[in-house]
Ligand binder design. Structure first.
Ligand code: AMP
Length: 710
């Protein structure tokens, strides 16, 4: 258990929080400037009271004003350093940027608050047409990248899950978040969110805070996920945090189960839950899947489906919702051999990693080579590392910015006790760093839990080429003698004898041989009984074994598809001035792979001949499997381009003659001229990334006419 008080103490010798980050040095500079200002204020008062000449006083006041200006400048830098961080150095604040993205997404129906005409429900959203297309593209690529390329077994299990399954997995007892209640109104809040908001708000608004105090708040933020209920409660009390809406006092934190409960069937006798994750469906099918895979390890099963979590106070738009799509992989592997045959394909990758030691010591994520992280023991094993590498490739291929993607290792308390190692792929958005994929080595926990509850052995076997001889301890209680001696308690004594480990058994054997009897403690009877020589035989025998039976470990990458998509929206969004320079136009720079529509087709002017050509091109694109949309509205060409840019459509075909047309690329706005019957092939090649736009530019004449431009 982590002792928070000791870790954040500024005097702790092990504390690393005195690193002079920009923010820290600005805080110090501000404090120093304030004391200089105070001192010069005092000096001016003294000059005045001592009747100093006016010119001298004026000079001192001028110097004081200059100091105040310097102070304002430091304050502004500090504000920018803490909260005003701009997106990609664009000069736009995070809030303004988010507002622009969200407005475009809602206006273009990428998503819609669900049940909007009834004022909606927090944490529930619909995807509109472009949102559905993006999601389906992301899932198609997920299937390609993982299910097909890694030869996984895909399953599709029900959302409604009987209680026994989720009791076995531990969700009924432990799938909770810590909640606090407004003591007067009963309003509920997530305890860690309140503490997080408090610390962030203090850091952003209290510019005069000492660097040490700032380091303390930052450390609380860094270890937030690691805090127990008691530690959270203690911090909430220490900082005097109250209910944000009413300022009323708050209760102590207590666990709230996030699962939606339901009844299966009309009688009410069978309790069920909407699944909070898809993984359990895979675990309970392990035996059949293992058989399907020819009783061979390793293998992975995968599932895409809805998950339901009754979040305490959903916020952050699409990032924390109550129903969402998960894509999960359960990779089953021999616990004694977690090497991966394709490890060398990812071991040279380098990207931002954030190991737990760096987090605990207040550092930031650094670029690390994956292979090195494994050889240094930072990442527990090759298979876990392999999936980290594959997740990195998946996310960056979708269009996630490498500089805003990091892999963060779980802190000790954040990780379940049975887990060997866990890493989250976190993506930076205007909301900060967001966990989008969890990659965990869960050891044998899940299969063991379902074996215990169901009585069905979820195990694997390793058949030996040659049987091997092993020395085995054989404990054989003589039931007749034990029955006579212990009557009703005989069963408990037999079980206790059989449960002895090797050392206990050999000690008892030795005592029986020398003394003929021995005192033996039976825990379940809570007493000691006398065992005589005729009541048990203990021996070591050589036995032949043909196989090894074991419970596989599972490595689980779990993808929150909605979170990935939202972050992708932010990473792909940018604004550029219109040609006239009078407005900002929004663009989604989606790679073709995820773009909701690959191509729009429109006649330059409303004209039957051009419309016919547009229809013909659209048909040829559809036949080639390229999603496309015709726009035959009479609006100006510039407006139509702006519309397709807002949907992130990479290519636009403009029909301005019946023999050849122009193709415009979204980001460069370059246009080429192509014969009508070649259009589909060109768009197919470039949108399926068989060639680059730069290659196409070499082959086709650039179209420079201003007529088709904005
Ligand atoms: P977990 O099982 O809690 O590790 O969650 C697996 C993944 O699901 C996370 O990495 C998130 O991407 C996603 N996720 C979890 N909770 C939510 C939520 N309330 N809304 C949207 N996505 C979520």
């Amino acid at each position: 258990m982590i002792n928070i008080g000791a870790q954040i103490s500024p005097n702790s010798p092990s504390s690393h929080y005195h690193q002079t980050t920009t923010e820290d040095s600005l805080r110090r500079a501000l404090a120093a400037k304030q004391s200089t200002i105070d001192a010069s204020g005092t000096a001016i008062r003294q000059l005045k009271s001592s009747g100093a000449p006016k010119s001298e006083i004026d000079e001192a006041v001028k110097a004081l004003n200059a100091l105040k200006l310097e102070k304002t400048s430091i304050e502004n830098q500090l504000k920018a350093s803490i909260s005003g961080q701009t997106i990609n150095g664009s000069g736009i604040s995070r809030d303004e940027f988010r507002q622009a993205v969200v407005n475009t997404l809602e206006r273009r129906l990428f998503y819609i608050p669900a049940f909007k005409i009834y004022r909606g429900v927090a944490g529930l959203y619909d995807y509109g047409p472009p949102g559905c297309a993006v999601k389906s593209n992301v899932l198609a690529f997920w299937r390609q990248h993982f299910v097909l390329e890694e030869d996984m077994l895909e399953v599709d299990c029900p959302c409604v899950t009987p209680e026994v399954v989720l009791k076995a997995s531990g969700h009924v007892e432990k799938f909770t978040d810590l909640m606090v209640k407004d003591e007067k109104t009963g309003n509920c809040y997530r305890a860690d969110h309140l503490l997080k908001d408090f610390c962030k708000d203090k850091l952003e608004s209290d510019l005069t805070m000492s660097a040490d105090k700032a380091a303390e708040f930052k450390h609380v933020l860094a270890v937030l996920d690691d805090l127990s209920g008691e530690q959270l409660g203690a911090k909430i009390k220490e900082y005097g945090i109250v209910a944000p809406d009413t300022k009323n006092p708050l209760s102590d934190p207590y666990p709230f189960n996030l699962m939606f409960q339901t009844q299966i069937g009309p009688s009410g006798a069978s309790t069920g839950y909407m699944r909070p994750e898809t993984a359990q469906g895979i675990f309970v099918n392990f035996r059949d899947l293992y058989y399907y895979n020819g009783n061979k390890l390793p293998f992975a099963a995968a599932q895409i489906g809805q998950a339901f979590r009754n979040e305490i106070s959903p916020r952050q738009g699409l990032l924390r919702v109550r129903e969402f799509t998960l894509a999960e992989i359960e990779h089953f592997v021999d616990p004694d051999d977690k090497s991966h045959p394709k490890y060398s394909e990812v071991s040279d990758l380098e990207f931002l990693m954030f190991p737990r030691d760096e987090q605990m010591s207040g550092q930031s994520a650094k670029k690390l080579c994956l292979g090195e992280a494994v050889s240094k023991g930072i990442v527990n094993n090759q298979t876990l590392a392999y999936f980290i590498g594959r997740v990195y490739q998946f996310l960056t291929r979708l269009g996630i910015d490498k500089k805003r993607l990091r892999f963060r290792q779980h802190l000790p308390n954040e990780m379940a006790h049975y887990a060997a190692d866990c890493w989250d792929a976190e993506i930076e958005s205007s909301y900060g760093w967001i966990e989008c994929v969890g990659i965990a080595d869960r050891s044998a926990y899940d299969l063991r839990a379902h074996t215990d509850k169901s009585g069905v052995a979820l195990v694997a076997q390793e058949k030996f080429a040659e049987p091997i001889e092993v020395e085995k301890l054989v404990i054989a209680p003589v039931k007749k003698e034990l029955g006579l001696a212990f009557k009703g308690s005989q069963k408990m004594v037999v079980e206790a004898l059989e449960a002895m480990n090797e050392k206990e058994a050999m000690d008892i054997k030795a005592a029986l041989e020398t003394k003929g009897e021995v005192e033996f403690e039976v825990c379940t009877l809570q007493k000691t009984v006398t065992i005589k020589k005729n009541m048990v035989t203990i021996a070591k025998e050589i036995k032949k074994e043909h196989q090894r039976v074991f419970t596989p470990s599972v490595i689980e990458p779990s993808f929150g598809i909605g979170r990935i998509i939202y972050c992708l929206y932010e990473h792909c969004f940018y604004m550029r001035p219109s040609k006239a320079g009078d407005e900002q136009l929004n663009v989604f720079r989606f790679p073709s792979l995820v773009a909701p529509i690959k191509c729009t087709v429109f006649p330059l002017v409303q004209n039957q001949k051009y419309e016919e050509v547009a229809k013909q091109i659209s048909r040829s694109l559809t036949a080639a499997g390229i999603s496309n949309k015709k726009d035959i509205t009479g609006t100006s060409i510039g407006k139509r381009y702006a519309r397709t840019d807002e949907l992130g459509v990479p290519y636009a075909v403009t029909v301005d003659s019946t023999s050849s047309v122009t193709i415009r690329e979204r980001d460069s706005k370059d246009q080429i001229r192509v014969k009508v019957d070649e259009v589909a092939a060109v768009i197919k090649d470039v949108s399926e990334e068989r060639c680059k736009w730069a290659d196409i530019l070499q082959k086709y004449p650039l179209h420079t006419s201003a007529s088709a431009d904005e």
